[in-house]
Design a protein around this ligand. Sequence first.
Ligand code: HT7
Ligand code: ZN
Length: 844
Amino acid sequence: GRTIYLKDYAPPAYLVERVELTFVLAPEATRVKSRIRFTPNPGTASRDFFLHGEELKLVSASVDGQAVTPAVTDEGLTCEVPDAPFTWEAEVEIAPARNTALEGLYMSNGMYCTQCEAEGFRKITYYPDRPDVMAVFTVRIESELPVMLSNGNPGASGAGFAEWHDPWPKPAYLFALVAGELVNHSGSFTTRSGKDVELNVWVRPGDEGKCAFAMESLKKSMKWDEEVYGREYDLDIFNIVAVDDFNMGAMENKGLNIFNSAAVLASPETSTDANFERIEAIIAHEYFHNWTGNRITCRDWFQLCLKEGLTVFRDAQFTADMRSEPVKRITDVIDLRGRQFREDNGPLAHPVRPESFVEINNFYTATVYEKGAEVIGMLKRLVGDEAYAKALDLYFERHDGDAATIEDWLKVFEDTTGRDLSQFKRWYSQAGTPRVSVDEAWEDGTYTLTFRQSTPPTPGQPVKDPRVIPIAVGLLGPNGDEVQETTLLELTEAEQSFTFEGLAAKPVPSILRGFSAPVILDRETDNAERAFLLAHDTDPFCKWEAGRALARDVLLRMLNEGAAPDKAFLGALSSTLADESLDPAFVALVLALPSEDDLAQAQVDAGLVPDPQAIHAVRERMRDAMAEALEDQLRAAYAAHQVPGPYRPDADAAASRALANTALMLLSRRDGGALAQTQYDTADNMTQQLAALSALLTAGAGEEALKAFEAQWKDDRLVMDKWFSLQVAHAEPGDTAATVERLTRHPAFTMKNPNRFRAVFGAFAMNQAGFHHDSGDGYRLMADWLIELDALNPQTTARMCSAFQTWRRYDADRQALIREALERIMAKKDLSRDTAEMIGRILD
Ligand code: HT7
Ligand code: ZN
């Protein structure tokens, strides 16, 4: 594959004034007619006319009505055209029924749908498929299907056809088309300026009962964006469609969002609390893209974080407002460390704004999305809430209708605040997670914190410059009272000190409150101080973080020194459980141990080679110890947090269930699963049913329930995905590969559905002790299946390759086995560009 560089950006030679598309739908031979008005771009001297196009059969082409014979390659075509406005017309043929890559126009359960981001439109017709070419689209769809949708507002329709017109200029990646036998759950929203908008959630017949929650989430999102960002919706209609076969979560196509059915369908019987929260967040995310992504889009794909980082930041603000702000922050940090820090620390590390790529689909990463959102959070912290709001207003005013860059984004902040953000910009250009160490000094009532920052080398970036790091700090007195409320320190140098004066006694510092920057804080401290912060810190993030650091230390001592489960740690958990002032969801988070991957990385940081099976065993042992030491309290918490009445998916009810089910998991280690069986038998919602099944599996008593669950849910794809995942997640290390293999032989297993493939193989990659079992069976099995999948679906295959990204942390034997697996994938004939790039980077 050819490498594309940010530095090579050149504006398009021709711009598009308007596009008219006609689709005559047929599974094996869909005809796409295009009529495109081009004008020379006054902003550039180049007059090379090139249209992207892949896997298209060109039937005819003309320029201003004169037939032409363009020079066609695998990537597109070139043609002689006038140096003046002209009309291009073409007809191509495509085969949506044979499209298993799920990119371009494809079929899912008899329904036609599209996925064009990032570069899928070129599989639909010849076009300048780049985001800086924005055009007004008019679409006509011809078929006998009852529902035919595209972007914008509906136009004429009748027997066998439907027309759509989108008045807002957009890049081709936001184009969408859907046609099928669909039913809608409808609603409406009146914008604050009084415009009525028709809302629809379109689903397959039978799923109508699972749309109400998505509809309510959409209305909440529309209202929130008006209230918080002053952004109104801008079309007469907003459609959401649920699709079973989809590579990612959802897609923000203008006025026609297309969703993975797992990210939209919800009912108490089939969806867990976590599903409800995720659906609400994804609906919001895609809706928010209408302003941050669609009205203002990206100049080129290197600027992806411009829309994704900002939109993730906005959806996180929304979730914090709808639910619990501290719980949202803590769970986001867990996710960031588990996925983004992991990425930043290995061969796939790249800047938030990458400088090169082979396949852009490989850059829809935790770094671009989640670290991109963290960078915006830091910017907001540095300039303050008021300046942030002003800068955003200026951004929308100045760039509405633009294909913009990170430079444009930072400039609105500079113009609003007068700040120089050139050093801050390093957050966009330098990969790697900064490590910040801190020393303290205490003398005559003055307390000094000295910070040092450094970032390890990452691929292609051996040396890093210091960044601007906002560090929120508070101080606690010896009795636990706060003696210095949260203040923001701006670390800009490699080493820098900050003093606090007039203190009566040496304080205990609470550093990086709210996780004010995505860094690794190295602080030498003891477990007594961690327990003190867990008990007294007023900042919920730092309070949780203290408990997490305590747990990590205790588990590492068990692992590295053969220590017994620490009594003081168990005592701290007991105090946390006893504190009725705490949010039960927070308590559940304190009771959750650091992940196996977390502990493996902690061992690496301590200069050790992690042993995944030993890590697994130590966590099991600690959970047994927790169950034993806390049994009475866990029983009491379980009883106290039963939620009466019909299921509600709100944050309070979910928080109670989270704690009760955390207790249940631990208690199943004491009672052989008796309590879990009772919960399983009486559950009237999926949260309770799945938690009970999981607890039964923990107790080794889940065989019957697994069978019953399958019999009950065999016809529900999304629930069956849970059934597949759970078995892989609970498999013993030595039995995991065999479990995966057995599940791939289940009649309901299919590689063609990304959700099902991920349910099995995503869970496999997450089961660290099973995947990295020293037999090497895990690596071989994963490689076998990735090789198979690559021929069908390169995007999903490439994403799953990240299971191998931590390979260099392991022992020589495991590394040799992994290398063998990776080289076997690499050697596959006709390996996709997506997978080849990923494996190449991992092996490098
Ligand atoms: N902007 C969307 C990204 C997306 C995507 C990218 C590549 C391949 C398939 C895809 N489906 C969706 C989703 C989002 O961030 O909102
Ligand atoms: Zn997005």
